[in-house]
Design a protein around this ligand. Structure first.
Ligand code: ASP
Length: 339
């Protein structure tokens, strides 16, 4: 693992010299380091005051988790880990599916969705929000500073500005060019293929055994103006129960909303399933009800004991696991496949 950490450091320096963002470097790391496993490990984290674990969707999860652990080192909570991890991905202008740089809707507007939830069942969410770079931080403010769970659209934007967030143009040249290109054919197909969805869903268990989760995205590319996916919806894109576990989703939000996916995964864990089996069962629920030949959904779960699991309709979904155990940090990028 030390070799790998050295490799990551060298790659970060090399990538920086090439002008690549940390997340772009993480994508290279993913290509180099992805490990194929048939079933996710079920090792328990044996939570005590020297252990913690973080799991996040997709390649960008590796560097996001590292950022989360920096927050933990500074004395932060599981929710601080989630927010720090999310911010790293949200501010990466190279990423085309989260925060600045996200692909716009069919009318050229970047609209963001995000939510967070903690071990006490407190939750905050923003959806269809424009011009604000850190939607998960705004969702956290909704959770902590208001009596509400969800703010939408212009109301969310106004609230963010009142809370000190600076309005920013989120449509990068790269995303604008991609949209112009899309407009030539303007095919509106509300499907998600394997390459076209990398919302980050993040789950953390801190040294005190507190669970938290977050989910942040620019949503489906070229969606209808006003479309909101699963990612900001508590129970769909994210659910946390401090006594049981946490789950998050990525993929076609409509399929996740229709099956209340993340809540289902947590409830299955409550009934005794381990995280892997719970994710497989929630995926099967979608497959039993819908034609999934053209859509992808992946679930990722972490339970109160620190066990984790993931599953997706199609191969191609991966996630990052970072564990602190007795002062040693280990990182893994795992492909979720049919066993
Ligand atoms: N779940 C997101 C949505 O439907 C998309 C994604 O995972 O990238 O908006």
């Amino acid at each position: 693992m030390t070799d790998r950490r050295d490799f990551l450091k060298k790659l970060a320096v090399f990538g920086g010299a090439l002008g690549l963002s940390p997340i772009a470097v993480s994508r290279m790391v993913g290509a180099e380091e992805a490990k194929l496993v048939k079933n996710s490990p079920q090792d328990s984290c044996f939570i005590n005051n020297e252990t913690a674990r973080m799991v996040s969707t997709w390649n960008h999860g590796i560097l996001a988790n590292a950022e989360g652990f920096k927050a933990l080192e500074k004395g932060g909570s599981a929710m601080d880990m989630i927010e720090a991890a999310a911010r790293l991905v949200e501010e990466d202008a190279e990423g085309i599916s989260v925060g600045i740089g996200g692909l716009p809707d069919r009318d050229g507007n970047v609209t963001l969705d995000a939510c967070c939830m903690d071990h006490k069942g407190r939750a905050g969410s923003v959806c269809f929000m424009q011009d604000i770079m850190y939607p998960l931080s705004v969702a956290r403010k909704v959770m902590e500073e208001t009596p509400h769970v969800m703010l939408a659209g212009e109301g969310a934007r106004q609230f963010a500005i009142e809370q000190g967030f600076t309005p920013t143009n989120l449509l990068t040249e790269k995303a604008h060019a991609a949209w112009e290109n899309w407009k030539e054919k303007s095919q509106y197909k509300p499907i998600i293929n394997i390459e076209n969805h990398d919302t980050i869903g993040i789950l953390a268990l801190d040294k005190k055994g507190r669970l938290a989760g977050g989910c942040t995205t620019s949503g489906l590319a070229y969606k209808m103006h006003g479309r909101v996916g699963d990612s900001p919806i508590i129970g769909a894109g994210l659910f946390v129960d401090g006594e049981v576990g946490a789950a998050t989703a990525t993929g076609l939000g409509e399929a996740v909303i229709r099956t209340v996916g993340s809540f289902l995964v947590v409830e299955l864990m409550r009934s005794g399933m381990d995280p892997q089996k719970a994710c497989e069962t929630a995926v099967k629920r979608i497959m039993d009800r819908m034609d999934t030949s053209n859509l992808q959904v992946g679930y990722l779960a972490l339970d109160k004991q620190g066990r984790y699991g993931a599953h997706a309709i199609h191969n191609g979904f991966n996630y990052a696991v970072t564990t602190l155990k007795y002062s040693n940090i280990t990182e893994e990028l795992i492909d979720s496949t049919w066993g």
